[in-house]
Design a protein around this ligand. Structure first.
Ligand SMILES: NC(=O)c1ccc[n+]([C@@H]2O[C@H](COP(=O)([O-])OP(=O)(O)OC[C@H]3O[C@@H](n4cnc5c(N)ncnc54)[C@H](O)[C@@H]3O)[C@@H](O)[C@H]2O)c1
Ligand SMILES: O=c1ccn([C@@H]2O[C@H](COP(=O)(O)OP(=O)(O)O[C@H]3O[C@H](CO)[C@@H](O)[C@H](O)[C@H]3O)[C@@H](O)[C@H]2O)c(=O)[nH]1
Length: 326
């Protein structure tokens, strides 16, 4: 298939492009490089430096490359930041995706896979969270993604667009070539590894008074390679006019303190910690029930062990001490 990947110069997008290329698909990446890196774009993929909100750039990419399906990663994606900058999130994510979808539908694109999020679920009634759990975001980020899901539901009904929304939990780890390089970094595992690499003095723990087993937030960390594989399966199976929503995680939760402990084991470094106040928008615990994805697409995580996930990130950081800006 000819696949357009928005945000393909970013963390999860770059690893997914690698997986698509390995599977024999032809890929064009559209990215404005606001958080992504040109060097993170696989050499077998075409690259268009542009914004999802620019109809001319998007239209050019679609026509020039005969695009049949779109994987939409491009977004602003930090829970904490979204609570401080709501207009950025409703703008880039919700309004940006609306513009993108208008252009794509106008060019006859009928297959669309959305990077959605566990942040849709807020504080869930029970764990693990199934795909049909109630939606009640507790952050602007989560709401901004849910608005895109609602647009997709209406475009399926009115325009025959086929879509799959993958609500993934916490991406982590690296492929051999592509890894996580956010600036500044805000995600837990790369920050803990920055402490191990001597780039930070300690790991701040945002709250230890949550109703969890050790008081720190629990998350379901999924290997970026398993995420990439789910995208390949989803886009290969998707037909025009269909609608699917899947949760995507390992089904096991780790607290912030447990993650730090695994990082100590993997790196052999001490990793001091310091407890700070809670971060706005953080639910106490998020763990995925991905059984619908397993039933319908045969997806199963191949790298579920948190030690393996952390070790892959650790190897990538050792091989790329300055990230993509070497
Ligand atoms: N990292 C996670 O744990 C996680 C979990 C659930 C969902 N997600 C979602 O997955 C997607 C990718 O996340 P990531 O961690 O790889 O983020 P990232 O910031 O590394 O990648 C996003 C990419 O999109 C590009 N981009 C942003 N706005 C754009 C625009 N308007 N036009 C063109 N390009 C634009 C950026 O330059 C970047 O390359 C996001 O949609 C995010 O919401 C991430
Ligand atoms: O220095 C840090 C960084 C994070 N945390 C905590 O670690 C957990 C994980 O945080 P982080 O790695 O920032 O991820 P999330 O905020 O859970 O969000 C990620 O996972 C979501 C899905 O669950 C995605 O939608 C988001 O895009 C992605 O950033 C949270 O409880 C944070 O409060 C700390 O205690 N200290």
């Amino acid at each position: 298939m000819n696949v357009l990947v928005t945000g393909g110069a970013g963390y999860i997008g770059s690893v997914t492009v690698e997986a698509l290329v390995n599977r024999g698909h032809r890929v064009v990446v559209l990215d404005n490089l606001v958080t992504g890196h040109r060097d993170a774009v696989h050499e077998a993929a075409a690259f268009v430096h542009g914004d999802i909100q620019d109809p001319e750039m998007v239209g050019f990419a679609v026509q020039e490359h005969g695009v049949e399906a779109v994987l939409h990663f491009a977004a602003s994606s930090l829970v904490g930041e979204s609570m401080e900058q709501p207009f950025k999130y409703f703008g880039n994510n919700s309004a940006g995706s609306l513009k993108l979808l208008e252009t794509l539908v106008g060019h006859g694109v009928k297959r669309f896979v959305l990077s959605s999020t566990a942040a849709l679920f807020g504080t869930p009634d029970a764990l693990p969270i199934p795909a049909d759990a109630p939606i009640r975001p507790e952050s602007v980020y989560g709401e901004s993604k849910y608005l895109i899901e609602r647009m997709l539901a209406w475009l399926q009904r009115t325009q025959g667009l086929g879509y799959t929304t993958l609500r993934y939990f916490n991406a982590a780890g690296a492929s051999g070539r592509f890894g996580e390089d956010h600036r500044p970094e805000s995600h837990l595992i790369p920050i803990v590894l920055e402490v191990a690499r001597g780039k930070r003095a300690y790991i701040p723990i945002f709250g230890d008074d949550y109703p969890t087993r050790d008081g720190t937030c629990v998350r379901d960390y999924i290997h970026v390679l398993d995420l990439a594989e789910a995208h390949v399966l989803a886009v290969e199976a998707l037909e025009p006019g269909e609608a699917h929503a899947y949760n995507l995680g390992n089904g096991t939760g780790f607290s912030v303190r447990e993650v730090v402990e695994v990082c100590r084991e993997v790196t052999g470094h001490e990793i001091p910690e310091r407890v700070l106040p809670r971060r706005a928008g953080d639910p106490a615990a998020l763990v995925a029930d991905s059984s619908l994805l397993t039933q319908e697409l045969g997806w199963r995580p191949q790298h579920a062990d948190l030690r393996e996930i952390v070790a892959s990130a650790w190897r990538w950081f050792q091989a790329h001490p300055e990230g993509y800006h070497a």
